[in-house]
Design a protein around this ligand. Sequence first.
Ligand code: ADP
Ligand code: MG
Length: 256
Amino acid sequence: MSDESANAGPMSTAPAGVVIEGLHKSFGEVEVLKGIDMSVEPGQVVCLIGASGSGKSTLLRCVNRLEDPDAGSITVGEFDATHADVNLDAMRQHIGMVFQQFNLFPHLSVLENCTITPRRVLKHSREKAEAEALHQLDLVGLKHLAQRRPAQLSGGQQQRVAIARALTMQPNLMLFDEPTSALDPETVGEVLSIMRDLARAGMTMLVVTHEMGFAREVADRVVFLDQGLVVEEGPAEQVIGAPTQPRTQDFLRRVL
Ligand code: ADP
Ligand code: MG
């Protein structure tokens, strides 16, 4: 939070919004995203819900260009993510992503997992990177495990490390793709609690989740995706509590 100097870009402090317009994406013959329009206001939390295969991960991956859209536009803060000349490295520095599988480096300690990217990408000194990493680990309650290897941690702890690691890059936007789906039930709550804190701190978050309780409590808006299209969106109490579309109703009957 403290030192903004050398790598401060135009987005270095403010939460970034996301605007997606007319997004299409096919894999071969299969059209997975069929014209998605949606947005996340800066500092807001949008939960993306929908059945397996509806295109949620593909949509999320298009936002940081892990997938290349076929058509449409995406802006992330000041970045035109779909422009041919976009500086993807610069853009991705501002976007934290947390996956279902935590993707920690198994051969590195928790602390090293959290310092490797700031050191390599932001060129932070070891001391500076470690201070920031320990600060973020402290916020997720894991500073005391900084010297452990990932395999020595529970799934919930590993996912909290993954979140801390993403936050060491001072992102303006956090993308979560089913962050609790691979966890034992008893550790889901600790990860959701960290995400709730992050939302309260004003982070912009786009969260794919099946945790409807979390969505109802934390999301400013919920977007229901079905077969590559946004079928229903609105405040959580409306989309989850009183959905108007039959496909949303069917989906919720199955997951609630
Ligand atoms: P969700 O996250 O909602 O479960 P995905 O975005 O992962 O959905 O997948 C949507 C559809 O796209 C699925 O039918 C999936 O098989 C297909 N798909 C996703 N990624 C690829 C890929 N890299 N190559 C081919 N098909 C893919
Ligand atoms: Mg998925």
